[in-house]
Design a protein around this ligand. Structure first.
Ligand SMILES: O=C(O)CCC(=O)C(=O)O
Ligand SMILES: [Fe+2]
Length: 367
């Protein structure tokens, strides 16, 4: 396949095309989210407008779409094909060989195989992940992915410089902090775990659906600063709206879906919050299909202390989680959360919420 751009024409290795399910015709209760058009960054007034829009979207809904992010529909489609190679073209033995050691190391690289996370009532997940550090040379990869590493590296770079950094600047402006405040602690070459994730959900048995109340991935907040998700057609992601209702995320072709995680909540002193979201069984028209995900999971550099940057618009962290001097570094925070996720014994606090304490902070999971 050849993708032509004005200056270059690059030959990519030929791989199978992944065909996702058709969009769902069902009338679902979709969340109304802002659409941030990054093309507006090209003028000062457009940038000021976006900063206000991002601030309000992040504070009110915690999720928003991004369009005009620099990837064409063809490039996005190609990256989904690349993502699928990690699952469709790698043998079970090789998947075992590149299995991540999350529990032991607190690092999330390589595969997370099916059935690793506990969901509910003894039922485990039907999700495969393959995570690649933005420095694709950090680990060895399965054979089928090796020829695709240059593309994965370009995807990470594009996500970092054309999406993440502009968004971090807008978030800083929204808090009246110096524009580079968050960019400076999200270096591309710094030590840290910001990574590309491919994720494939497989259909489950009726029994598993019944036992888990159709929940595929429990309600949670992400533990990094920002999550960048490439919109895809299978409806299943839901966010917990301010009115307490779960609402579906609508597919917008070639858009990104962006949300904040706990690290940004801590760094912003609660000005921006990690929004609770979950994944559930798709509507009837899409049941029986796999669901392929493509993400860039972002974390501040490992050595960053997650203490708040306070500012004129947010002079105090109202529901402070720890004293500044006790703030965990990103490395400590991510290792604690990565080891525990889907593995720790949770304490039920009511019908819907389960809790655990990690590094002195209460972490909640929602059913
Ligand atoms: O698959 C999705 O749409 C969301 C997955 C997710 O929330 C996560 O991996 O943290
Ligand atoms: Fe998530």
């Amino acid at each position: 396949m050849t993708i032509a751009s004005p200056s270059v024409s690059v030959k990519f290795p030929s791989i199978d095309h992944y065909v996702p399910a058709p969009e769902a015709p069902e009338e679902l209760d979709y969340a109304e989210l802002a659409i941030i058009d990054l093309a507006k960054l090209s003028t000062p007034s457009g940038k000021a407008e976006l900063a206000a829009q991002v601030r309000d979207a992040m504070r009110q809904q915690g999720f928003f779409y991004v369009i005009n992010h620099g990837y064409t529909p063809a490039q996005t489609e190609r990256m989904f094909d690349v993502a699928n190679v990690a699952f469709a073209n790698v043998t079970d033995e090789e998947k075992q060989k590149y299995n991540g050691k999350m529990l032991e190391t607190g690092s999330y690289q390589g595969y997370k195989l099916r059935q690793y996370w506990h969901i509910d009532a003894g039922v485990h997940d039907q999700v495969e992940n393959y995570n690649v550090n933005r420095d694709v040379t950090k680990k060895e990869h399965p054979e089928a992915l090796r020829a695709l590493l240059p593309e994965i590296r370009e995807f990470a770079k594009q996500s970092h410089f054309n999406v993440l950094h502009p968004i971090l600047r807008l978030l800083a402006i929204g808090m009246e902090l110096p524009e580079e405040t968050f960019v400076n602690i999200h270096g591309y070459d710094a030590v840290g775990e910001t990574y590309v994730r491919f994720m494939k959900y497989y259909p489950r048995s009726a029994e598993e659906e019944a036992q888990t109340n159709n929940v595929w991935l429990k309600g949670h907040t992400d533990f990094g600063s920002i999550t960048i998700l490439h919109s895809q057609p299978v409806a299943a992601l839901q966010i917990l709206s301010p009115d307490g209702k779960w609402r579906w995320i609508r597919h917008i072709p070639n858009a990104l879906v962006i949300n904040a995680g706990d690290a940004l909540e801590y760094l912003s002193g609660g000005f921006y919050r990690g929004t609770i979201h979950r994944v559930v069984q798709p509507p009837p028209s899409q049941q029986g299909y796999t669901r392929l995900g493509l993400f860039y999971f972002v974390m501040p550099d490992d050595n960053v202390k997650l203490a708040p940057y306070l500012s004129p618009v947010n002079p105090v962290w109202v529901d402070r989680k720890f004293k500044d001097e006790d703030a965990p570094s990103m490395e400590v925070h991510r290792k604690g959360r990565t080891s525990a996720y889907g593995k720790s014994v949770l304490k039920k606090t009511d019908e819907k919420v389960e809790e655990e304490v990690i590094n002195g902070v209460v972490i909640r999971h929602y059913n």
